[in-house]
Design a protein around this ligand. Structure first.
Ligand SMILES: Cc1cc2nc3c(=O)[nH]c(=O)nc-3n(C[C@H](O)[C@H](O)[C@H](O)COP(=O)(O)OP(=O)(O)OC[C@H]3O[C@@H](n4cnc5c(N)ncnc54)[C@H](O)[C@@H]3O)c2cc1C
Ligand code: SF4
Length: 461
């Protein structure tokens, strides 16, 4: 095999996987990982590390994989990341570490994500866990939300010796990792729950079914319960809709609801009672990762599934790998198409969706070419289910119940990028709650930065 090419990764066959929820990608075995690791030239000034939002010592861990010392490779990764088996699966490596890897100049970048995943899976299978702090600080910190931002912040603070409690609104920890990203991309029991257990092994306590702003407020946590600092990692879970006629019909869902029923509430499993509207012909409106996940889930539940996206394929914001997988599985892409109305029968059930054709005009504020409607291009799509995957924004519950916490016009919490500090002393924030919907690794990076900020704040208090 040429050194210019990645060691290929084994995957479930498209036809087979389109009908099940098992993981698509099998990952590397030890031999494959060691061969792939030998492609890394251990750059002195490694660009891949600069491309990683949590600055993992990538050449360091890859060198250990090359030697076959997986335990040491895991400890190197664990210094920077609490969730490597998750990141190895869902990070957009092609635009981060692998996007700048020197190997990518003449050939294919080193498969950093697949190597990270291999090491983390190996550590789990061999019961290797990160080490808890030996010295305790005797100071309590509250973390709101058990998504990647909260888990990372909590893990880093626990490593520094703080007494950390995460308060999570749902009945299980994980955030989008658990309720949003489907099982076939990110197995829940094997991977997500196992990595959360590692965070708990560092000493972090997780209290589920606690909605901050309803069960208890931030001010009460600080004034009555003895928490000296608070980190808000409450994400951006409020779905957006188009505002077109018929959007309240039976058979129209937000991608969040559809995915939560399936992933968190296990609607796809025979042994669970969670109801889900499976649909025969499903249109998923949107072109990001969330749209791909909703479409691939609807397909696995048995529907003919279309992605309806108003720009062209080149502008699809989803990861290239997700688009590729969706196509292989048989998702139909209706690009340059925009819905204008959802049609219903006398019972209020969806029976179709009116759309118009679009073409690309001049670039807009985002730098992408603006989609413009083609006159007299209206047509009706024959669908019985519509899933809106148009993005999400932060829920205003926390900001509206916390005195002195500034938000911006998108309802995102205003926080300092390097320390996570908000306008309220002792309160820090990061992840989607600050940036709006982004990525797992950016949320983790923000959680790390805030853990440092909190440590500095409490050390100087
Ligand atoms: C379907 C889907 C697919 C995605 N795919 C990818 C991908 O492939 N790669 C990638 O990098 N990113 C992906 N993302 C984005 C990524 O998952 C998010 O950017 C990331 O999870 C944000 O992390 P977070 O910790 O800020 O928030 P979240 O993961 O949203 O976690 C926030 C947590 O806070 C809890 N919470 C909210 N309000 C309260 C409250 N008042 N009190 C207590 N708890 C509260 C929530 O229940 C939740 O558990 C995807 C997102 C979705 C929805
Ligand atoms: S840039 Fe690529 S080749 Fe260089 S150290 Fe990083 S992974 Fe290895």
């Amino acid at each position: 095999m040429s050194v210019l090419e990645k060691v290929p990764v084994r995957e479930q066959e498209p036809q087979e996987r389109a009908a099940n929820f098992e993981e698509v990608c099998y990952g590397y075995n030890k031999d494959e990982a060691m061969i792939e690791a030998s492609r890394c030239i251990n750059c002195k000034n490694a660009r891949c590390v600069k491309g990683c939002p949590v600055s993992i010592d990538i050449p360091g861990f890859i060198a250990k994989v090359k030697e076959g010392n997986m335990e040491e490779a895991f400890h190197i990764i664990s210094k920077s990341s609490a969730l490597p088996a998750i990141c190895g699966r869902v990070c957009p490596q092609e635009t981060q570490c692998e996007g700048v890897c020197i190997r990518g100049v003449k050939g294919e970048a080193v498969s950093i994500g697949k190597l990270e995943r291999f090491v983390a899976d190996w550590a789990r299978e061999n019961n290797i866990a990160p080490q808890p702090a030996t010295e305790k600080k005797g100071k309590k910190v509250a973390v709101i939300g058990a998504g990647p931002a909260g888990l990372t912040c909590a893990g880093d603070l626990a490593k520094l010796g703080y007494d950390v409690t995460i308060f999570e609104a749902l009945h299980e920890a994980g955030g989008v990792l658990l309720y949003g990203i489907p099982e076939f991309r990110l197995p829940k029991d094997e991977v997500v729950k196992a990595e959360i257990e590692n965070v708990k092994k560092l000493g972090v306590k997780i209290e589920c079914n606690v909605i901050i702003g309803r069960s208890v407020t931030i001010d009460e946590l600080m004034e009555e319960e003895g928490f000296e600092a608070v980190f808000i990692g409450s994400g951006a879970g409020l779905p957006k809709f188009m505002g077109i006629p018929g959007e309240n019909a039976k058979g129209v869902f937000s991608a969040n609801e559809f995915l939560t029923r399936n992933n968190l509430m296990k609607a796809f499993r025979e042994d669970y009672d969670t109801p889900i509207h499976k649909g025969q012909k499903v249109a998923v409106v949107g072109g990001g990762n969330v749209a791909m996940d909703a479409a691939r889930t609807a397909l696995r539940l048995g529907a003919e599934t279309h992605i309806v996206y108003r720009r062209s394929e080149a502008e699809l914001p989803a990861r290239a790998e997700e688009v590729h997988h969706a196509k292989e599985e048989g998702i139909i892409f209706d690009t340059l198409t925009n819905p204008t109305e959802i049609l219903t029968d006398d019972n209020g059930d969806v029976i179709g969706m009116n759309c118009v054709r679009m073409e690309l005009g001049e670039p807009d504020a985002s730098g992408r070419r603006r989609p413009v409607e083609i006159p007299d291009s209206q047509f009706t799509m024959d669908v019985d289910t519509v899933i809106m995957a148009l993005g999400t924004s932060p829920n205003p519950l926390i900001s509206s119940t916390t005195e002195g916490l500034d938000i911006n016009k998108w309802k995102c919490i205003v926080a300092d990028e390097t320390t996570g500090a908000t306008s309220k002393p002792g309160v820090f924030a990061g992840g989607d709650a600050v940036t709006g919907a982004a990525t797992v690794i950016l949320a983790m990076g923000a959680g790390k930065a805030a853990a440092k900020g909190i440590d500095e704040y409490l050390s100087n208090k």
